[in-house]
Design a binder for this molecule. Structure first.
Ligand code: ADP
Ligand code: TPP
Ligand code: MG
Ligand code: MG
Ligand code: MG
Length: 325
């Protein structure tokens, strides 16, 4: 199958979004924004960095890459609408495996009524999948990292470190005898659920800072602290963890720095905390208070509290370009 028949094979036969003017089949796609703010993000996944044969079926590669992108839309409070896919395909990848990548994306796209409106296909050495997403948000309601204020409650959705645990189990770096727990952690790695409905449910709030947890809460907390020029205080005992998590050695490192949980870390006014709890109930998501926000203490930084002691929590999550290059 050549490039053009491949594109034909993945081209959607119908579209869901009414704002679409031109999808696949011209030099570029066109959609109308009306009176909404357009939110856009791109995330890329590369073989042996974000996935490997041992951990991820082609279906999961497609699913996870789109999920990671949708998670960035959720972290801005946006409603997903469109996506574009850029693929670098090595010769050894079969046509069937490529279709499975698209099946994984389609599955998730269908549940958010997202349309595939374009992309690019080239041959290369290693599989690379890059997705650009577009969503809409009510004007002025983007949930920026700079929106935290002193006195805010700091919260996290779901449980943390699960994706890292799933990865370790599949790579046989760790083991667990409980089959149900094994399946839970692996599923959290392979099929993450972006918190779109929860973030949308908070649309009524005037102000809210959100960041999605892709590198690890230690990283994302520092990003909120820097962007808001404030200090964040996290209580280690309050961090939400799955009951089986504590069986693993070093589980705390996974909870703080594991990444790829695609949960949300947020800062909200104390008076709005009950609305956050309600939004979580309505959308079937767990939400936990993990700390609070204060004025900047010397530098904008994050502090971790454990049994009355305090230490700095640095950005030690996943980093692609190490500084010693
Ligand atoms: N190569 C690049 N060129 C331009 N902007 C980039 C590049 N890489 C990252 N960014 C931008 O830097 C910011 C942080 O990126 P990143 O840490 O990947 O965010 P996230 O973890 O939410 O995906 C984003 O605004 C992103 O668009
Ligand atoms: C085979 C394999 N090894 C390691 C990991 C762990 N891992 C790879 S990238 C990453 C961080 C998130 O990816 P990034 O490209 O930084 O996403 P972004 O922060 O831009 O959303 C993690 C935890 C993995 N998923 N698969
Ligand atoms: Mg990114
Ligand atoms: Mg993000
Ligand atoms: Mg990252």
């Amino acid at each position: 199958m050549d490039e053009f028949s491949f594109i034909n094979s993945i081209k959607p036969s119908t579209y869901s979004q009414s704002s679409l003017l031109k999808g696949i089949g011209d030099d570029a796609a066109v959609f109308r924004a009306d009176y909404r703010d357009v939110v856009t993000a791109v995330d890329t996944m590369v073989e042996d960095v974000h996935f490997s044969k041992a951990t991820t079926e082609p279906y999961h590669i497609g699913y996870r890459c789109l999920a990671a992108n949708i998670s960035d839309l959720a972290a801005m409070g946006a409603t997903p609408a469109y996506y574009m896919v850029s693929l670098v395909i090595p010769d050894r990848w079969s046509e069937e495996a490529l279709q499975h990548i698209y099946n994984g994306m389609n599955q998730l796209a269908k549940s958010y009524r997202m349309d595939l409106i374009g992309g690019d296909t080239v041959s290369g050495e290693q599989l690379m999948l890059s997705i650009t997403v577009f969503g809409y948000v009510t004007p002025g309601k983007s949930r920026m990292r700079s929106h935290a204020r002193p006195g805010d409650v700091l919260f996290a959705t779901g449980t943390l470190g699960d994706s890292r645990a799933g990865l370790a189990l599949m790579l046989e770096e760790a083991s667990i005898s409980d089959r149900v727990a094994y399946d839970f952690f692996v599923r959290r790695h392979q099929l993450p659920e972006p918190r779109v409905a929860f973030a949308e449910e908070l649309n009524g709030l005037d102000r809210l800072a959100l960041n999605d947890i892709s590198d690890g809460i230690a990283s994302e907390a520092n990003e909120i602290a820097e962007a808001s020029q404030l200090s964040l205080h996290i209580d280690i005992e309050q961090l939400p963890v799955h009951p089986s998590m504590k069986q693993f050695n070093h589980y705390l490192d996974w909870v703080l720095n594991g990444g790829e949980d695609f949960e949300l870390l947020g800062a909200v006014a104390e008076q709005d905390w009950p609305s956050v709890v309600k939004a979580a109930e309505i959308t079937g998501v767990d939400v936990t208070k993990v700390g609070h926000v204060t004025e900047r203490m010397k530098e904008a930084q994050v502090f971790l509290y454990e049994k009355g002691t305090r230490k700095r929590l640095d950005k030690s999550g996943y980093t692609h370009l190490k500084s010693d290059r």
